[in-house]
Ligand binder design. Structure first.
Ligand code: 5AD
Ligand code: SF4
Length: 589
């Protein structure tokens, strides 16, 4: 059988890598899984056409010597702290790995994890000498950070690639041709299918391959297509602090874990983002401390399964204590043991700065043991807001989805959370029209929405994804128009209930973290309450209780008390009472 690891891919042809290059790649890829080609080789015809490329290709053909491998194999290699510290691969020089002030335009699609990944990718490229631009027209490199969760998300990227084609054609003969890269989930899911379908794509980098971007771009520079879609068992980008791009920002996201082991039957995420792994607590705390020193007032801990956090990097904590689950919930995998858990992390993070709000997303309902709920209740700066993705209100559908709980267990958890954290805001995700969903199942979801009365909701029509368990085992048998009709019904019910819930806060004074001017009116300011709901209020002078006798106008990053005067399903309106602090706030209702 042909070896599967290859390194450079010329447009339109594919040759396998000599064994020497293969072993070099395997050395670098230790502790990684997935056996998809990393990149492939130039064809001899192209070599004759291009002198620069010839030099590059001949170095490749000569390849590293046996001595090269002995050298790299004999010294145990620590993970480099920055891309510049990394040795170039044998077929590239240090100089070729540098960005040489080329301008990179990054465009992000999908979830907050992708927004964070964009900043990780940028941090790596910045250290390699690239510049960032927000002007598409002047970009030398365009990178799309992509999402695969639903068919529609991918279609958006294909459409965008068609638009970018014209830009690339215009630059075909310029001194610095335009390079286009696909990063993230779509690169991981479709792999070389993207390179085959869109010849103008120069590089692919899966979610665990961003450290390799300087090399991939160097390869793309020579006119080759380059790809690295290896998934990792331990990559958390712990040492890469995302660059804070907006100096006026009041809040930031901090990635604490990556990947998902749950294997819900509809979900592509475990295939595109790989296995769960957590970032060491110490490096998370260091990042949160830095953000606090920069004056940020809110941190959202981020992960595909944020409350499954389990830092097992320190041996002394790897005891045999099993992970506590929410009552009535099970996992699709063997119970995990040892490591520092989410409650420990939340406790530590919330102690860094009592004036810094802490949120986390996106959790799984199975990982809310009492110690987590207790901590949220006790700590002033941990927001009383929990995302509790239900996905369906029917136990039958939940079983087909492999969610590990029944409707009854979920509802019991909701009651337990509301008892443990009075005034908590709840939000959820729902999927309409999953395989085999009957009208009766759908009505059960409608009734769950009415019963729980979420403050926020994210509702989707089911989109079958290849590779998932549902794709292999179930039938996508709810017609598209039925899915859409059910989705509409869920949205209507959700809005009715959320409006009722939000109206209950009319007359209350709520603590709001000011973000800036409202998008709708220059006379209004906008911020978020503890439940993460948008609050709009007129920009007027008010008393500053932190500075008695002074009257001030609210600035981004200030905490203010706002008396709520009206509410819709998504927004609250009110008037500002005073500037205050998180600790001293006496929000009342
Ligand atoms: N189709 C529709 N929605 C999906 N989600 C995940 N996979 C699919 C799919 N195949 C939704 C779930 C998840 C949210 C992030 O996206 O509700 O919680
Ligand atoms: Fe997907 Fe389920 Fe993992 Fe969420 S928990 S990312 S829905 S597999």
């Amino acid at each position: 059988m042909q070896p599967l690891q290859c390194t450079l891919r010329p447009q339109g042809s594919l040759r396998w890598v000599p064994l020497a290059s293969l072993s070099w790649l395997l050395l670098r890829a230790s502790r990684m899984h997935s056996c998809f080609p990393s990149t492939t080789f130039p064809s001899p015809e192209r070599q004759q056409k291009n002198e620069v490329q010839k030099d590059f290709s001949s170095r490749l053909a000569i390849g590293p010597t046996f001595q090269d491998f002995l050298r790299s194999a004999s010294v145990p290699q620590e993970k480099p702290s920055s891309p510049e510290a990394e040795d170039p691969p044998p077929y590239l020089t240090v100089d070729e790995l540098l960005g040489k002030q080329r301008k990179v335009y990054l465009e992000t699609y999908g979830c907050q994890m992708n927004v964070n990944d964009t900043e990780i990718a940028w941090s790596i490229l910045q250290k390699s000498g690239y510049l960032r631009t927000t002007n598409l027209q002047e970009a030398d490199v365009i990178l799309l950070v992509t999402c695969s969760i639903r068919e529609k998300a991918e279609q958006t990227i294909w459409n965008r690639l068609h638009q970018l084609k014209a830009l690339k054609t215009k630059r075909l003969h310029s001194r610095v041709p335009l390079r286009i890269g696909i990063l993230g989930c779509m690169a991981e899911r479709l792999k070389e299918e993207i390179l085959d379908r869109e010849k103008m794509v120069d590089l692919l980098a899966g979610p665990d391959a961003y450290r390799d971007l300087p090399r991939l771009l160097a390869v793309a520079e020579s006119g080759q297509q380059a790809a690295n879609v290896l998934l990792s068992l331990d990559e958390t980008y712990a040492d890469i602090m995302p660059v804070q791009t907006s100096p006026s920002a009041t809040s930031a996201f901090v990635s604490i874990m990556r990947g998902c082991d749950n294997m819900c039957s509809y979900c592509i995420v475990p295939f595109t983002r790989g296995r769960e792994r957590s970032r060491p607590v110490a490096s998370i705390l260091e990042e949160v401390r830095k953000l606090s020193e920069q004056g940020l007032k809110e941190v959202t801990l981020l992960g595909q399964n944020v409350n499954s956090f389990r830092d097992n990097s320190e041996i002394q904590f790897n005891n045999t204590v099993s992970t506590n689950l929410s009552r009535g919930f099970t996992t699709n995998y063997k119970t995990k043991q040892g490591g520092l858990r989410f409650a420990h992390l939340l406790d530590q993070v919330s102690r860094v700065d009592p004036e810094m709000r802490i949120r986390f997303t996106s959790p799984h309902p199975k990982d809310f043991p009492d110690e987590v709920l207790q901590l949220i209740h006790e700590r002033d700066n941990i927001c009383k807001q929990i995302h509790l993705p239900a996905q369906s209100g029917s136990s039958r559908v939940l079983e087909a989805m492999r969610r590990g709980y029944s409707r009854e267990a979920y509802v019991e958890l909701v009651h337990h959370i509301r008892d443990s954290i009075p005034g908590v805001s709840l939000s959820s995700d729902f999927i309409a029209g999953f395989c085999g969903e009957t009208e009766e199942d759908h009505l059960q979801t409608v009734s769950l929405l009415r019963e729980v009365r979420y403050n926020m909701g994210f509702l989707f029509a089911y989109s079958m994804r290849q590779k998932t368990r549902a794709y292999h085992r179930l039938k996508d048998n709810v017609p598209e128009e039925v899915k859409l009709r059910r989705l509409e019904e869920l949205i209507t019910v959700f809005r009715e209930e959320a409006t009722k819930t939000n109206k209950a806060s009319v007359g209350c004074a709520q603590l709001v973290l000011v973000e800036g001017l409202s998008k709708r009116s220059a006379n209004d300011l906008c911020g978020r309450n503890d439940g993460n709901l948008k609050v709009i209020f007129p920009d007027v002078e008010m008393e500053d209780v932190t500075n008695p006798g002074f009257r001030v106008r609210a600035q981004p990053g200030d905490y203010v008390l706002v008396k709520i005067t009206s509410a819709s399903s998504q927004t609250l309106k009110g008037h500002v009472l005073c500037k205050t602090t998180l600790k001293d706030s006496s929000a009342y209702c």
